[in-house]
Ligand binder design. Structure first.
Ligand code: HSE
Length: 342
């Protein structure tokens, strides 16, 4: 049996769903794959829990019920304040799971945490897009020189292993990647179309589902989808800068716009597109004919078309969603546990 120690940094919607999923599945995982995944530390924005011998399933489930930013109140293993170095000094995790919220101004605290973890010899799994969008080359290089793995498949189509498929298309010349990459705004537009909610009502429902970013303007202003295009661009080896991506705000869409479009046989969609030949990218509001495949991608689903010199593929699957994203993060952790050298 191979034992792997995991530190979880960031304990919001996805962090909690990850810890809960792991608590419920790790017995099965150890039977299926011969790996024992221990959570030795969890940090939220205000405190940490460190237990070098690993939290038991009951403790993990109880921790998921603690109020947000409240794990410093969790009994004898808990303390106030976050000090990532202390986690590494006391519990020496093999895998660092970085689930802090995206901050596109600085990439922090994710970037510093990821680099710190790599420098201390831990493989990294992250769902935080911002450090990759701002420092992809630095992070990948830091991992490469240390022969460590950096896995981030939850950053794009969080509930669907899309990035793995895309990165496996190594012989292809990818010409275009376009689609619905943001679950929150797709859900909002679907609620406006199907239930005639206004924008604010639909946004509140999306937030209640836990799919919106901690700062929902990142979804609404197209930043989240643009960030995903940047990560896609790195994966296909044609990097673009986020500042070069043209973005429209979905907040300008009114219920009247939605109904007017429907009368003309259209559906309003928020489409992210990367033209890898012209090296231009955009996140735009588009009126899509009702029989177009993008018009069928509703709710929290994402859908992406990949056009290469050899073929055209279409992926449909969950984008956001705490449980789905948590499973994708866990898939990365399992893969690192099975393949990584730690
Ligand atoms: N806020 C993001 C979305 C979460 O709505 O798609 C998944 O990246």
């Amino acid at each position: 049996m191979k034992s792997i120690n995991v530190a979880v940094v960031g304990f919001g919607n996805v962090g909690r769903a990850f810890v809960k999923t792991l608590a419920l599945k790790r017995k099965t995982l150890s039977e299926k794959y011969g790996i024992n995944i221990n959570v030795v530390a969890i940090a939220d924005s205000k405190g940490m829990v460190i237990k070098p011998s690993g939290l038991d399933d009951y403790e993990m489930l109880k921790l998921c019920e603690v109020p947000k930013s409240g794990i410093h109140m969790f009994g004898s293993y808990a303390k106030q304040g976050v000090d990532i170095a202390e986690i590494y000094d006391k519990a020496a995790p093999n895998i660092h799971v970085e689930l802090t919220p995206a901050n596109y101004a600085t990439g922090e605290p994710g970037y510093t945490n990821i680099v710190f973890a790599l420098k201390r010899g831990a493989h990294v799994v992250t769902a935080n897009k911002a450090p990759l969008v701002l420092y992809y080359r630095e992070i990948v290089e830091e991992a490469r020189i240390r022969r460590l793995m950096i896995k981030f498949r939850a950053t794009v189509m969080g509930g669907t292993p899309f990035l793995e498929m895309l990165s496996s298309m190594k012989s292809h010349d990818i010409e275009k990647v376009e689609g619905i990459l943001n679950a929150t705004t797709n859900y909002i537009l679907t609620e406006m179309h199907e239930n005639l909610l206004d924008f604010e009502q639909a946004l509140r429902k999306a937030q209640a589902l836990g799919i919106a970013e901690a700062d929902p303007s990142l979804d609404i202003e197209g930043f989240d989808a643009a960030a995903k295009l940047v990560i896609i661009s790195y994966v296909i080896g044609k990097p673009i800068n986020i500042s070069s991506i043209y973005r429209e705000s979905v907040a300008q869409i009114s219920l009247k716009d939605v109904l007017d479009a429907v009368k003309q046989g259209h559906v309003i969609k928020y489409v992210a597109a990367l033209d890898a030949q012209k090296m231009v990218a955009s996140v735009k509001i588009e009126k899509v004919p009702r029989d177009n495949v993008f018009a069928q991608i509703n709710g929290t689903l994402n859908g992406v078309r990949i056009k290469s010199d050899a073929t055209e593929l279409f992926f449909i699957g969950r984008g956001g969603g705490r449980i789905e994203t948590a499973h994708t993060v866990l898939d990365d952790v399992i893969e690192v546990a099975l393949r990584g050298s730690a």
